[in-house]
Structure formats: structure tokens, C-alpha cells
Design a protein around this ligand. Structure first.
Ligand code: F6R
Length: 337
């Protein structure tokens, strides 16, 4: 479902989508698992099926482990759950070590009471000439199931969601796609060597993902920080597929602190208008400015402070000269050896 965007969207945040930041991937994954469990139970009460869109890769492993725990220890049943996976390499045997079919069995499906008939994963074993009809059928099965209630996503370093590589259309449907070299390199650790990584994959389209009623994108670790910033704070573009989620009306990014590190609220909180000027924060802001302007700290002027968005600090501490000296002494005192 797409969001209506007003012509002038004045927001007091740099973030164009809701973001929830957890201290680490475990707490983040547990929170998402709880949300999924609540949705399944709520649907059970109303005697409805719960349609989940699922991802593979390293990102959702802890989430699936937590769902398995909730199933075993809290007796959550998956009998009313129907699943659709985002993607699968092509060609690949369903039993191959790197197959996403196998991944889903070993991380989730083999440990819960889901009806195998309710599991849908693109098939990497079919003949090339059958791919088109397989993809059309996949879309139809999603529609027949009533659409995806909650889609879980990871994100590639190039911003891909599913295997929708940069340039994928916002209207794209389930299809065969050529993997980016960067994706093949990122996923090479699962294979004996890069030449073994399939060049193709079957993936749900961005249009397919966008039709989900609710979407949660998860990202952990410092490696994802640059693409998380691009997807959340910069204008949406098909060159960064995850940024297209900005136009969905019920999406949330769930990230750990490391993946959030490049967001303005972490990196330059003074720009968000909500910053407490501790000495540490002052040092960080002034050093950043000096580096950006390529000027020594002691040469920064009142206008530099104003133009760099540090007028608040200027008002609070007096003038540039005083702040420069204070930061200079902090830097000097931190020199050891
Ligand atoms: C996998 C998928 C991909 C991954 C992405 C991140 O089903 O859809 O978009 O989510 O490549 O991979 P990891 O989690 O291994 O960093």
C-alpha cells in the first residue's frame, strides 16, 4: 500500500521512514519475533490465516531461532500460517547447502508445526522455459492467499531487497534477475568460491513487496550503516531499492546501533535540533566541522559555526574563540605517548 505524500512534507526529522534502534541484533530480533507471534495469535483468535513474507541470509537467523523458541516454550502454533519467501538462487538444487529452500527448512520450518502445503519458496530447480509461468503462479498464489500481512526484509549493501538489484522498477513483479557482482561477492562466503555463486535468482518484485500490508526491514552491524543512511535519509530512488520503502504506508526499519551509526541523529545530532551539549558532543561537532572545512580548530569563526549548523552551540557557549580553545585543550589533553 502506497503512502500519499503531500507536496511539501515538512518533517522535523532527517528520517523519511519510522526507525526503531536496538542495542544489538538479539534484542532487535526478539522484538520482531514478538510482533510476528502477536500477529499470528491475533489472527488465530479471528480464525484467519496469517500470511508472512520471509527473507533468508544472515539477518533473520536470530529471528527464526526466537520464533522456534516461542513455538517450543510458549506453544505458539504455526498451523494458521502461510509463508512466501522472497527469493531463491537459479539454478540450484533445493537440497544444496546454499539453497534458500534448505535454509528455511533448517532454520525454521523443520522446527515448527507449519503445514508444508502452506510453504511457498521460488523453485530453483525448474526448467528455464517454465520460469515465467512459475513467477506468474507465485504472484497468483500470494493474491489468492489474500496478500502478505507482514513482510520481513533484510538489505544488501547495495540497497537490494529480495534480490531486486539497483535499477529494479518499483512496479516489478516476481521474475528472474541477474545478480549484481557485488551481491555475488557478498554471498560468496556460502560457496566454495565466487565462480560457484549462481549468476541468476528468482525474486519477488518490488511491486510485489510493496503490496504487503506491513513491512519490517531489519539490518545489523556496521557494514550496513552506509546503505541504511541512504535508504532512510536520502530521496528515494530505484538505484537504492530499499529507499523505495519510503513510499509504503506501513513500514518500519529495525536496526541495531551499529547499523544506525551513520544516521544524522547519531552522527551529527546537533543538526536534528535536539542535542545536549556535553563536552564530548562539543568535541565531536567541532572536530567534524574542522575536518569538513579543512581548517584548524583554532581558526574556526562565528560564521563557520552558523553555517555548519552549530549556531545553538555558539549561543550556549559564547563565541567561536572560546569553544575553539576548549576543544583544542580537550584534543591536546587526549594526546598520549
Ligand atoms: C535474502 C534476501 C536478501 C538479503 C540481503 C542481506 O532472502 O532477500 O535481500 O536479505 O542480501 O543479506 P544478509 O542478511 O546475509 O546480510
Amino acid at each position: 500500500m502506497l503512502k500519499k505524500v503531500s507536496p511539501v512534507d515538512l518533517t522535523d526529522s532527517f528520517e523519511k521512514v519510522p526507525v526503531k534502534i536496538y542495542p544489538d541484533l538479539t534484542t532487535g530480533s526478539i522484538a520482531v519475533a514478538r510482533e510476528i507471534a502477536d500477529l499470528i495469535r491475533e489472527k488465530q483468535k479471528r480464525k484467519l490465516t496469517c500470511v508472512l513474507g520471509l527473507a533468508t541470509g544472515s539477518t533473520p537467523k536470530t529471528l527464526y531461532a526466537e520464533l522456534v523458541r516461542i513455538h517450543k516454550e510458549e506453544k505458539l502454533s504455526f498451523k494458521n500460517v502461510v509463508t512466501f519467501n522472497l527469493d531463491e538462487y537459479y539454478p540450484i538444487d533445493n537440497d544444496a547447502l546454499q539453497s534458500y529452500n534448505r535454509f528455511m527448512r533448517s532454520h525454521l520450518f523443520d522446527h515448527i508445526d507449519i503445514n508444508p502445503k502452506n510453504i511457498n519458496i521460488p523453485n530453483g530447480e525448474i526448467k528455464k522455459e517454465d520460469i515465467k509461468s512459475h513467477c506468474i503462479q507465485y504472484e497468483k498464489r500470494i493474491a489468492d492467499a489474500g496478500g502478505i500481512d507482514l513482510q520481513i526484509l533484510g538489505i544488501g549493501n547495495n540497497g537490494h531487497i529480495g534480490f531486486n538489484e539497483p535499477g529494479s522498477s518499483v512496479h516489478s513483479k516476481t521474475r528472474l534477475i541477474t545478480l549484481d557482482n557485488s551481491t555475488r561477492i557478498a554471498n560468496a562466503y556460502e560457496f566454495a568460491n565466487i565462480s560457484q555463486v549462481p549468476r541468476l535468482a528468482i525474486t519477488m518484485g518490488i511491486g510485489t513487496i510493496m503490496k504487503s500490508k506491513k513491512i519490517i526491514l531489519m539490518a545489523w552491524g556496521p557494514g550496513k550503516a552506509p546503505v541504511i543512511k541512504k535508504s532512510i535519509e536520502e530521496d528515494h530512488t530505484e538505484q537504492v531499492p530499499a529507499s523505495l520503502l519510503q513510499i509504503h504506508d506501513d513500514v518500519k526499519f529495525v536496526v541495531d546501533e551499529a547499523a544506525a551509526a551513520e544516521l544524522t541523529r547519531y552522527k551529527s545530532p546537533w543538526l536534528t535540533g535536539d542535542c545536549e551539549w556535553t563536552p564530548k558532543m562539543m568535541k565531536k561537532a567541532v572536530v567534524n566541522m574542522a575536518l569538513k572545512l579543512k581548517k584548524p580548530v583554532l581558526s574556526l569563526t562565528n560564521s563557520d559555526y552558523n553555517e555548519y549548523g552549530l549556531s545553538d552551540l555558539l549561543v550556549e557557549k559564547g563565541d567561536a574563540y572560546q569553544i575553539n580553545l576548549q576543544v583544542y585543550y580537550m584534543l591536546r589533553d587526549s594526546i598520549t605517548g
